[in-house]
Design a protein around this ligand. Structure first.
Ligand code: ADP
Ligand code: MG
Length: 322
């Protein structure tokens, strides 16, 4: 197939910044990299498709940020240090302004976490962005989904639900005033991956996952892989100001527990380490909230109200094919 005429020009202009940590970066058939002794590679890929993951006409700079952020969040959830990235783009047209803004959003977040862009692919097609990241972690310290033990505390970073609340506002389900609408849109469009937290949870957390499909759905993945159940107190779920101010109780519950696009870390740790988790929270300036515990039995979560009664949820998470 004939490549889009300016394919090489696009790569040269927008995606060829120096990659000092690679032996060979953009420009050859493969990139060549060397990992640090004693480290295992952690590899992840994510795809963002226009119309599915973001609306047509989304801001290019923020898209560049988010397409990298979602993969950084996966490395964080594994406790891995980010190292190298590959970026594959399907573009409807070679729009220089769009590409400049997109690459700026991508490279500025990459610089913050020491990611070198070392390759990718560029083709014509409906707008789609795929980012592959390679990180490093000592293999015995990787934060896996299958390490939760009955008795563990369940913790979540930051707060959940604002991205979903932004979607509810965009779809007209609720009206959101300032400053809440801006706060929620920022969470939706420029999420902050919890990279430092992931690295610091090595040797502290028994298991971890990033919250991308909804808090309870993602907790469910830990439970299935670990062969245990969970009890979570609804009242303990951390609430951002926009969520706390929303008076639609049903929507709040959906957003908090099942919203998606949160990119917080959910992790389990033994109760003996509570003081260490609190100290880490203070050190990072990031809320870490204990929301429940892992219990023996079926891989199910009981969401409890203040009286200890089970609460029902209409929808516990996002699934593209449901
Ligand atoms: P090939 O024909 O071997 O697939 P390409 O012509 O697709 O090579 O790409 C040329 C070089 O540019 C390769 O090093 C590739 O990894 C890199 N590259 C292509 N597209 C991108 C992109 N969007 N971002 C970063 N690097 C890219
Ligand atoms: Mg190619």
């Amino acid at each position: 197939m004939r490549p889009m005429p300016s394919e090489f020009e696009i790569i040269r202009r927008h995606f060829s910044r120096a990659a000092p940590s690679a032996m060979v970066g953009v420009g050859d058939d493969c990139a060549l990299v060397r990992s640090k002794p004693g480290m295992t590679l952690a590899v992840t890929t994510d795809m963002l498709v226009e119309g599915t993951h973001f609306p047509a006409g989304s801001d290019a700079c923020r898209l560049g940020h988010k397409s990298l952020a979602v993969s950084l969040s996966d490395l964080a959830a594994m406790g891995a240090d980010p190292r190298w990235g590959l970026l594959s783009l399907a573009l409807p047209a070679a729009d220089d302004n769009w590409l400049s803004a997109f690459s700026e959003g991508f490279y500025s977040l990459a610089a913050r976490y020491g990611v070198d862009l070392i390759g990718g692919d560029t083709t014509r097609g409906p707008l789609a962005i795929s980012v592959t990241l390679i990180g490093e972690v000592p293999v015995e310290l990787a934060l896996r989904r299958d390490g939760a033990l009955a008795g563990d505390d369940i913790w979540v970073s930051g707060s959940t639900g604002e991205a979903a609340l932004a979607l509810a506002a965009l779809s007209g389900r609720i009206a959101l005033a300032e400053p809440f609408i801006s706060q929620c849109l920022a969470r939706l469009e420029t999420p902050e991956p919890r990279v430092e937290l992931g690295g610091r949870l090595r040797g502290l957390a028994h298991s971890a996952i990033d919250v991308s499909d909804g808090l309870l759905a993602d907790l469910g993945h830990i439970l299935e892989m670990s062969g245990a159940g969970a009890e979570v107190s609804y009242e303990l779920l951390p609430r951002a100001p926009a969520i706390a101010s929303c008076d639609d109780a049903e929507l709040v519950r959906e957003c908090l527990a099942g919203g998606g696009d949160d990119y917080e870390l959910l992790f389990t740790a033994p109760p003996a380490r509570r003081a260490d988790v609190d100290a880490l929270s203070a050190d990072l300036g990031l809320a870490l909230t204990r929301i429940g515990s892992v219990v023996p039995g079926e891989a199910k979560t009981r969401l409890l109200d203040m009286q200890g009664n089970a609460l029902a949820l209409a929808r516990s998470g996002f699934d593209h094919f449901r």
